[in-house]
Design a protein around this ligand. Structure first.
Ligand code: AMP
Length: 451
């Protein structure tokens, strides 16, 4: 269904020619999915980050339409409006249109703040085919009647999550209200928090949905928890969690994340000594050693795998019921990758992060990225209320993080002794990343935060 070569896509010769020159032979996954849908005139909801080739994914079909259906520009108008959060991104998108549209006749300009408006006003005077703009300056020029959006045929909202983080929601809504009802709209965001989904639903009509970053979204089926503890108490707490997991389901596997290779080795050793068969994988192990460890893990011979982030990339094991962040990752995106190791193939999963004093900053960054507080689990002997309090106090927006006490009771195993608290998250069990590969996912209800 998705073409594996550009020649298979019904793009006009001027675009095929430039793609040959650029030596783009194979469409990237988002291009392969999005381009055919966009050529059919569908609205699109794309969950994708930069670096996935999404710019060509929307620029090529738009340029194709401009080539096939050339029209004189109306004064102060644009046929295509691309909204981007920053001047840098607007510049990059503009550059991509120039590159891909090398053999297409079209006029383009950029509008962004921080520079004088006179050249932008004069560039818009005769109208353009493609306008790439940041919201604030665009509204300024609209208010001064230098730009008119009533002829927009293609509307692209790029990096919506960043746009909202920068406080552009009202501006975006104002701009959308000025667009003609008959248009093709494209909406791209790296995350799909509820407010983003809501905005998408207010803009798109019967959109096709494509998702290229399933691992960077927080899976709904994953019951996430954070434990506030002293560093030296992490080891006994981990053992409690492993015992709870073994008691609840002896078939389930656990991945424990360590920040360092040395830490991973030490931890695996101490877990073995404590009666939890464990193996470590990290960058210092040979490929053969890693594969052997993974094989034993998959078969349940060593049901605990201690891993560093790099080593865990691409580990796709179905029966991982528990992920423990023994060390919090210093890159918030890694958190999403890590917890995505559980809750696979429709199964429920639990991800517990052990947060020590010097990791509060990491936790804050994580919560920013997933756009929700990680519920705390404090029903164990090592809980540090003072640390939990500090996290709450430092956090912007105040509000108490939800405790997962309800989950504890549902967990059934009795929290303290068994490391329970792994009850259902109460999630509806929808896997956005899979659903979104199919068309029409834009009709779903609000997605959970951070997705
Ligand atoms: P983007 O995610 O749109 O910022 O693109 C990321 C990078 O991938 C850019 O440098 C593009 O030039 C490049 N690129 C996009 N599509 C392809 C492709 N099909 N083949 C090779 N490179 C590509």
């Amino acid at each position: 269904m998705t073409p594996s070569a550009y020649e298979a896509l019904p793009l006009c010769e001027p675009l095929q020619r430039v793609l040959r020159e650029l030596e783009y032979h194979t469409p990237s996954p988002i291009q392969a999915q999005a381009i055919p849908l966009l050529l059919q005139g569908r609205d699109l909801l794309g969950c994708a980050q930069t670096g996935t080739g999404k710019t060509a994914g929307f620029a090529l079909p738009i340029l194709n339409a401009l080539h096939e259906n050339p029209r004189p520009s109306k004064p102060r108008s644009c046929r295509t409006l691309v909204l981007a959060p920053t001047r840098e991104l607007a510049g990059q998108v503009g550059k991509s249109f120039t590159t891909y549209g090398k053999y297409v006749r079209f006029k383009q300009t950029l509008i962004y703040g921080g520079v004088g408006q006179v050249p932008q006003v004069s560039a818009m005077r005769g109208g353009v085919d493609v306008l790439v703009a940041t919201p604030g300056r665009l509204l300024d020029l609209i208010d001064q009647r230098h730009v008119d959006l009533s002829s927009v045929e293609f509307f692209v909202l790029d990096e919506v999550d960043r746009m909202l983080d920068m406080g552009f929601l009202r501006d975006v809504k104002r701009i959308v209200a000025m667009l003609p009802a008959k248009r093709q709209s494209l909406f791209f965001s790296a995350t799909m928090a509820p407010n983003i989904v809501q905005l998408a639903e207010s803009i798109l009509r019967n959109p096709a949905s494509v998702s290229i970053t399933p691992e960077t979204t927080t899976a709904e089926r994953i019951n996430q928890q954070v434990c506030f503890v002293d560093r030296e108490d992490k080891r006994p707490l981990l053992e409690l969690l492993l015992q709870g997991q073994a008691d609840a389901d002896s078939q389930k596997l656990t991945i424990v994340f360590s920040r360092t290779k040395h830490g991973a080795n030490k931890l695996a050793k101490s877990l073995c000594a404590a009666g939890f068969p464990a193996d470590a994988i990290h960058g210092n192990k040979s490929q053969a050693q890693r594969e052997k460890a993974l094989e034993r893990f998959r078969k349940g011979l060593t049901p605990v795998l201690v891993a560093t982030d790099v080593a865990a990339r691409g580990v796709d094991v179905k029966d991982v019921g528990l992920v423990v962040n023994f060390d919090l990752p210093n890159e918030p995106e890694a958190y999403v990758h890590r917890i995505g190791r559980t809750g696979r193939a429709g199964a429920e999963g639990r991800a517990v992060s052990l947060c020590a004093d010097d990791e509060l900053e990491y936790l804050r960054e994580i919560e920013k990225v997933i756009k929700m507080p990680v519920p705390r689990w404090d029903d164990h002997a090592w809980h540090l209320e003072a640390l939990a309090d500090r996290h709450l106090r430092i956090k912007t927006g105040g509000g108490k993080a939800p405790s997962s006490q309800g989950g504890r009771r549902q967990g059934g195993g009795g929290g303290n002794r068994h490391g329970g608290g792994g009850g259902s998250n109460g999630g509806g069990g929808r896997d956005y990343s899979n659903a979104s590969r199919r068309n029409g996912a834009g009709r779903r209800g609000p997605a959970p935060a951070g997705r």
